[in-house]
Design a binder for this molecule. Sequence first.
Ligand SMILES: [Zn+2]
Length: 365
Amino acid sequence: MPLSRFLDLAVQIQQIPAPTFHETERGTFVRTLFEQEKLMDIHTDPLGNVYARLPGLGKTAPLVVSAHLDTVFPFSTPLAVTRTPEKITGPGIGDNSLAVASLFALLWRLRQEKHPLPGDLWLVANTGEEGLGDLRGMRAVVDRFGAQPLAYIVIEGMSFGKVYHRALGVRRYRISATTEGGHSWGSYGKPSAIHELAAFITRLTALPIPEKPRTSLNVGIIEGGTSINTIAPHASLDLDLRSENPKTLNALIRQVQALVEQATRPGVLFSAEIIGDRPAGEISPSHTLVSLALDCLNALDIYPQLNIGSTDANVPLSRGLPAICVGLTTGHGAHTVNEYIDLPPLEKGLAQLVMLVQRAFHELP
Ligand SMILES: [Zn+2]
């Protein structure tokens, strides 16, 4: 199977817009391809996850390989790509069209070998990984398969060489300030939701954030107000909190909650709504699945790196189930319109995935 077939498919997938919560068209395209490949038990669940089964010999439990369909780009983003022998540039090409296409490249390579796998291979193109999707697609995938699979292997297009075996915990809030508002001159002196929220952000960003364990706090969006000469009756911010240590994350969450409570006073109402909760978890670096993934990279002369991240693998990892996330090639500019993937590493990236799947069936307990 030539790589060009794989790359052409990646571009075809990339050309179909798939903002989080709007993955239907891309999912339908993948489903049609699953049908053309004559896979078994093809179906789409209520969240838009598309499943297909490559039947094995039934001697082992199944393996689940997944890639997320959604992108961070709104419908208005131009999706034109430029191709050179060295790279392909285009929004979403690496994150995650390439990975979705690799479900098929994997299938084609496995079929070339003509030996059926010992167990069923489930290929899943899932929804809701990015942004406020909050891993909703993967939660449904793991609800469905539970502890039955040998492992969950999650593919991301652009992190080749990295093996994510630790799931970074993320908590997200929308924090809102509400006041009565009023005329900026006539009611001057009454509390403004914008002024209150700005003061709140100052207190928030003054919180001590440890470097070790690595922890972060980011106000990514602020909104509010109605006009220049109105005391703002409403303002809100979107806050993203992360830590590689779940206890540190929980401590930070408690501090933020305390600030929210303190910010409420007569005439000013503060409220916090959870808009994202990506659970933490991990498997040991000595787990067979992790050492297997490292072995596959070593066998291809790629120096592997153990990593922590916030990926679909968070869901199975947080439930104590064996899972890793691996990449296919290198690249740059994920989540920007200048995103590109490097083509030279891709042959090894795919070889790694094929080897990982084959060996997982034989070596995982
Ligand atoms: Zn991704």
